[in-house]
Ligand binder design. Structure first.
Ligand SMILES: [Ca+2]
Ligand SMILES: [Ca+2]
Ligand SMILES: [Ca+2]
Length: 195
């Protein structure tokens, strides 16, 4: 009798969990909209995971028809069809595979007070440089503007000449604990910086 009862309970449980209606109802989406819904499983993924070059749906449907897919409002469309939130645009981090989100009319970053701002800003190229890299006879800005309108020091006989750039600095600046040469040669071998 007891075995029969247990069997009946198991049968009821099995019938319940095997309910076809429970199996076909779409899984609950844990992401806030807009989301991409996978074609065969009806699972959802954040919309920026679609057309990002990686299959996130089991059936790979998130990587299909990317060339014709439009983006919802307040989303930026990368050239590969990926949709990224508008506020990922011009945040100085390339979210689109080719950095398109950083290339269209983005303002240059704000350089810190001890930095020199190069004249033109292009994403992913050097823009803010340490101020002592200005007029050090070594081009650091992508547009070379750090070496424009420089009054390079005329070399004196007792000057220190930087190794790789031939920039002359007063001998007092050799081993003064501050880097003046672009290659740091003015502080090499000095007691302060000796390892
Ligand atoms: Ca994907
Ligand atoms: Ca970005
Ligand atoms: Ca320079």
């Amino acid at each position: 009798m007891q075995i029969l009862l247990v069997g009946a309970v198991l049968l009821v449980q099995w019938t319940f969990t095997d309910n076809p209606a429970a199996q076909t109802s779409p899984p609950r989406c844990p992401y806030s909209p807009p989301v991409f819904t996978c074609r065969s499983t009806q699972e959802c993924i954040p919309i920026y995971f679609a057309c990002d070059g990686e299959k996130d749906c089991v059936d790979g449907s998130d990587e299909e028809q990317c060339s014709s897919r439009a983006c919802p409002d307040s989303y930026f469309r990368c050239s590969n069809g990926q949709c990224i939130p508008e506020n990922w645009k011009c945040d100085y981090y390339g979210d689109c595979p080719h950095g398109e989100d950083e290339q269209q009319g983005c303002p240059p970053p704000t350089c810190q007070t001890h930095q020199f701002a190069c004249r033109t800003y292009t994403w992913n190229t050097t823009y803010c440089i340490p101020s002592h890299w200005r007029c050090d006879k070594s081009s650091d800005c992508a547009d070379g503007s750090d070496e424009e309108t420089c009054n390079y020091r005329t070399c004196h006989t007792d000057d220190f000449r930087c190794n790789s750039t031939n920039l002359c600095i007063p001998k007092e600046k050799k081993c003064d604990g501050v880097f003046d040469c672009r290659d740091n040669s003015d502080e090499l071998g000095c007691s302060k910086y000796r390892a």
